[in-house]
Design a protein around this ligand. Structure first.
Ligand SMILES: CC(C)(COP(=O)(O)OP(=O)(O)OC[C@H]1O[C@@H](n2cnc3c(N)ncnc32)[C@H](O)[C@@H]1OP(=O)(O)O)[C@@H](O)C(=O)NCCC(=O)NCCS
Length: 160
């Protein structure tokens, strides 16, 4: 939790440096804090002793309206088994080493397989650096929709 502000600074810095900001929806600090303390968890890639090179936020959406399971027609009873691979950034200085993939794999290894069954993510079709990571790790496109106020997104699913 003491690194929440640093995580947000990295997300904001990455977002502001992006040529195409439709690729990434930047979370605010309140969201980040909630997904450290209660509604999910956050994986960090740390360089040296403390520099945050990347972060990956996971969310347990429960029965919320924006549970991605609804976008692919999962029944209400299955929604609590959905995990959102919600948000990931890697600092530009640390890209090209597969850090998103490493964080994704580590995050998945922490999940309780008896409780969660549907791992889901949204990725822009114009963001190959991100969708290649998901595809490499067994995610497939379950739907394509406009999300987050009109941005095209592939909805990825990996069923455990
Ligand atoms: C998406 C992001 C986290 C990936 O960072 P990363 O883990 O360092 O990614 P890598 O550079 O290791 O690339 C991952 C894969 O995509 C490929 N890739 C990277 N950039 C690419 C591009 N512009 N075009 C095509 N493929 C690309 C890499 O070759 C690699 O594939 P490979 O392993 O098969 O060779 C990073 O680019 C980022 O922070 N982007 C801005 C925020 C964002 O878009 N987040 C994701 C949406 S939530």
């Amino acid at each position: 939790m003491e690194q929440a502000t640093e995580i947000c600074d990295l997300m904001r810095k990455v977002y502001e440096s992006m040529e195409d900001r439709s690729l990434f929806v930047c979370d605010d600090e309140e969201f980040v804090r909630r997904h450290i303390s209660s509604e999910g968890f956050t994986v960090l890639a740390v360089a040296g002793s403390s520099e945050i090179a990347g972060c990956f936020i996971l969310r347990f959406p429960g029965n919320s309206e924006d549970n991605l399971g609804r976008d692919i027609g999962l029944p209400e009873s299955a929604l609590p088994q959905v995990v959102h691979m919600e948000s990931c950034v890697v600092s530009p200085a640390f890209r090209g080493q597969g850090l998103q993939l490493a964080m994704l794999r580590f995050a998945e290894s922490l999940l309780d397989n008896n409780k969660y069954r549907y791992l889901m993510a949204t990725v822009s079709p114009n963001n190959p650096a991100s969708f290649r990571t998901f595809e490499k790790n067994g995610y497939r496109v379950a739907a394509v929709k406009e999300k987050y106020g009109g941005f095209p997104r592939r909805i990825y699913l990996k069923e455990l």
